[in-house]
Ligand binder design. Structure first.
Ligand code: MLT
Length: 413
């Protein structure tokens, strides 16, 4: 027999395609079969407003510098330019009482990549806790790495699912037993739920008591409107010993097409090798990053730094306010139809119970209302019976979508 290229068979344990790829294929097929229908997309959370003025001006400046020999830049530091890391540390963290330093910030091209890649640094025999429902990247990347068995009834052996439901407001509490690695996402994707200071403190206390590493995805923190809700895990005492935080400019500043994000790893987070020797997690991530990543382009980093000027701050607040008015409008309308609704107050997603199979609801809404939503079951088995509606679209599109949705969802007694 001739030699064969074998594959990483862990990939065979995954669903055939990524959630948002499946959705876009279905939508494309529907549009092809119904070319006259006007589809409104409230599925994937992708921004629709353009980059704001001062940010785009900075972007142009960055490009112009690249066109002159005196200011041209080649490879930059893989971890990001100092001017951006300093601005992030000062405005996003220190100004809110979180003692994060610039060297603890590692700039990248996206939080999907960072949350997905981070597990590479860790051992294979971990007890992993992942919320359900949640952004599917955390589960899938651990499956790819071989930390799980096969999926049975939609759940992988080897993962402890932290269940979110109506009773706990989709904010799971720490379990009674120790885990090693826990993913948290607040404001939550997909439910839009937020964790209070007390709830986050309980996670940090649990993590410190059991030497757990918390991977905290805060990609949507700019949408929090309740001043009592922490934006960062580092606003919680003790988090500097046990947590890593992921942040993104994608939804905050309209960078889904421009690409910029960062990960915060405090100097004080330690991990251990098999001999019991401690290592700084930040050193490992820096090692990985400089081997596998070439840095975010200079003009994009200049544009991202402009987010932190007083003007930039005002502009991005206007962007997120716009989407949050959409979110509140969606939430209020659905509540007026007597549906069970979570989110939409401090996060750009509205999570709705339809009571029917999630993919069936997806199909019904596409076929009868030409509105694309995301089926809740795509985020985990606890999402079955729910759909997620995204607030990322133009106001008039959202208004029209709500009119159409009322014809289908508003009929509930
Ligand atoms: C989502 O719709 O859940 C997000 O847009 C996905 C992402 O940010 O990768």
């Amino acid at each position: 027999m001739s030699a064969m290229i074998t594959i990483n068979e862990n990939y065979l344990k995954l669903q055939a395609s990524y959630l948002f790829t499946t959705i876009s294929r279905k939508v494309e097929a529907y549009q092809k079969a119904n070319p006259d229908k006007k589809i409104i997309r409230l599925g994937i959370g992708d921004v629709t407003l353009p980059l704001s003025q001062s940010i785009v001006a900075a972007f142009h400046r960055g490009v112009d510098e690249m066109s002159h020999a005196e200011t041209f830049r080649g490879y930059g530091p893989e971890q990001g330019y100092g001017f951006l890391r300093e601005a992030i540390a000062t405005v996003d963290f220190q100004a809110r009482g979180a003692a994060v330093q610039a060297h603890e910030i590692v700039v990248s091209d996206g939080s999907k990549c960072d949350t997905g890649n981070f597990q590479e640094l860790l051992g294979n025999q971990l007890r992993i806790g992942i919320p359900d429902p949640v952004y599917p990247v955390y589960v899938d990347t651990n499956v790819m790495a071989g930390r799980t068995g096969v999926a049975i009834d939609g759940r992988y052996e080897g993962i402890h699912y932290l269940e979110g439901n109506h009773a706990n407001g989709f904010v799971p509490s720490p379990p009674e037993f120790p885990l090693d690695l826990v993913y948290l996402c607040f404001p939550n994707n997909p439910t839009g739920a937020v964790a209070t200071r007390r709830q986050l403190q309980a996670w940090v206390d649990y993590a410190r008591a059991h030497k757990v590493l918390l991977l905290f995805d805060a990609a949507y923190c700019a949408f929090v409107r309740d001043p009592k809700i922490p934006l960062s895990i580092f606003e919680i005492p003790g988090a500097r010993e046990c947590a890593v935080e992921f942040r993104s400019f994608s939804k905050t500043a309209g960078f889904t097409g421009a690409r910029c994000a960062f990960t915060v790893i405090p100097d004080s987070v330690l991990v251990w090798d098999s001999t019991g020797k401690a290592h700084k997690l930040l050193d490992l991530w820096n090692r990985r990053h400089s081997t596998k990543f070439n840095g975010v382009s200079y003009p994009v980093q200049v544009a991202a730094a402009a987010v932190y000027s007083p003007e930039g701050q005002k502009e991005v607040r206007e962007l997120t306010d716009y989407y949050m008015s959409n979110a509140r409008m969606i939430r209020d309308r659905l509540l007026s139809w007597n549906l069970e609704v979570t989110g939409g107050e401090n996060g750009p997603y509205v999570w709705v119970k339809t009571g029917n199979d999630s993919w069936e609801s997806f199909d019904t809404l596409l076929n009868e209302a030409q509105v694309v939503v995301t089926p809740g079951s795509g985020f985990g088995t606890c999402g079955q019976g729910y759909i997620r509606i995204s607030a990322f679209n133009h106001r008039e599109k959202v208004e029209e979508a709500l009119g159409r949705l009322e014809q289908v969802l508003g009929k509930t007694p």
